[in-house]
Ligand binder design. Sequence first.
Ligand SMILES: [Zn+2]
Length: 108
Amino acid sequence: MSATMPSPVGPGIVSVPLSAHFPTRPGWQCEVCAQPWPCPTRQAEFTTAIDAGVGQGVALLLASSLGRASLDRPDIGADRLHEQFLGWINADLYSRMIGGRPASRVSA
Ligand SMILES: [Zn+2]
């Protein structure tokens, strides 16, 4: 099973292929490799998607997934869920995701 991630911004649509590393619910682990989702494979695919220009779509997907997971797993603390869904995003990747300049290239 595979899917693509269409651009949320309309014209200039970019589609990024995604593998079958989708989350299970309500556990929020990868259905392929059983690691906490997004697993390393999906993180790499999201990074590719961000660099292809659909970072805002990745951000929306992660935010909605985090919200859904907080409803599915009230037994897991918010800090742990935040770390699972967003902890792999460093400042440079975040800047690219939201369409800004990479943090390492920002000058004062
Ligand atoms: Zn996986």
